[in-house]
Design a protein around this ligand. Structure first.
Ligand SMILES: NC(=O)c1ccc[n+]([C@@H]2O[C@H](COP(=O)([O-])OP(=O)(O)OC[C@H]3O[C@@H](n4cnc5c(N)ncnc54)[C@H](O)[C@@H]3O)[C@@H](O)[C@H]2O)c1
Length: 252
């Protein structure tokens, strides 16, 4: 893809799964990538793999829910690579106990908002000033098909993910003239470690039946879209929710 050689980006939540695949793809396209994750060892392993292969990556311990930790992440990117061109906010969690609205506790709801939405607001606040300093750049937030799927069994996660769509549109509208692009990638069912940990085999089998494509998603499917969005090939894509889901939901 065009325009990624020499660019600097952050993947917040890049230690494993979709985030790690995105780090690898961005590095393969020539970007220097800062890998932030609460799973420090995983982030370090991804960065080491890239550096050993001749690419440029730096692992940073991150708690995305903590304002100072996100500020440190951005500072390290700037100190190490001289600036920032894009930020991919990908971390998620807090699904335990997230059930229907009458049975989801306020604690569980608050926790989900903290990790899945408030944290991305923090990322926006810390990344935008340095992107603006550079004369523009790209924000990409990871949402989910769950944001618009109307799941009867879970409330907090889709509420938080929908919030990301509004945050992204605000950023695109407010700073577009200053060269900032903001977009959301909304994956369908992607076979990652997290899916294997949290979803039953039966749910995954049902997911395959629902998707028109002959297979479920792989992390690289999402990495390709994120990389496109932050590249010069995506230069005129702004304020959009891009669904990458094998056709599981077909939307205008
Ligand atoms: N896998 C899917 O089917 C699927 C579907 C729709 C949306 N998504 C979204 O895609 C993204 C990646 O999903 P994944 O399946 O790779 O899951 P994942 O849970 O493995 O990825 C999230 C990453 O964030 C990190 N993380 C968690 N809490 C953190 C914190 N407090 N601070 C810093 N890092 C933290 C994790 O260690 C992990 O590396 C998530 O936003 C998820 O909601 C995934």
């Amino acid at each position: 893809m065009r325009g990624l050689t020499g660019k600097v980006g952050i993947v917040a939540g890049g230690g494993r799964g979709i985030g790690a695949a995105t780090v690898r793809r961005l590095a393969a396209e020539g970007a220097a990538v800062v890998v932030g994750d609460i799973r420090e060892a995983e982030a370090a392993a991804v960065a080491a793999e890239i550096n050993n292969g001749g690419g440029r990556a730096l692992a940073v311990a991150l708690d995305i829910t903590n304002e100072q930790s996100v500020a440190d992440l951005v500072e390290k990117a700037v100190a190490t690579y001289g600036g920032l061109d894009f930020f991919h906010a990908n971390a998620a969690g807090g699904t335990q106990g997230d059930v229907d609205a009458l049975n989801c506790s306020l604690d569980v709801f608050d926790q989900s908002i903290a990790i899945n939405l408030r944290s991305h607001f923090i990322c926006t606040q810390k990344a935008l000033p340095v992107l603006l300093e550079r004369g523009g750049g790209a924000m990409v937030y990871t949402s989910s098909g769950a944001a618009y799927g109307g799941a009867p069994w879970q409330v907090a996660y889709p509420v938080a993910k929908n919030g990301l769509h509004a945050l992204m549109r605000h950023v695109a509208a407010r700073w577009g003239k200053q060269g900032i692009r903001a977009n959301v990638v909304a994956p369908g069912l992607v076979l990652t470690e997290a899916v294997r940990e949290h979803l039953t085999d039966q749910y995954v089998e049902e997911g395959l039946k629902r998707v028109p494509s002959p297979r479920l998603g792989q992390p690289d499917d999402i990495a390709g879209m994120v990389t496109f969005l932050v590249s010069d090939d995506g230069q005129w894509v702004n304020g959009q929710v891009l669904s990458v889901n094998g056709g599981a939901a077909m939307r205008d």
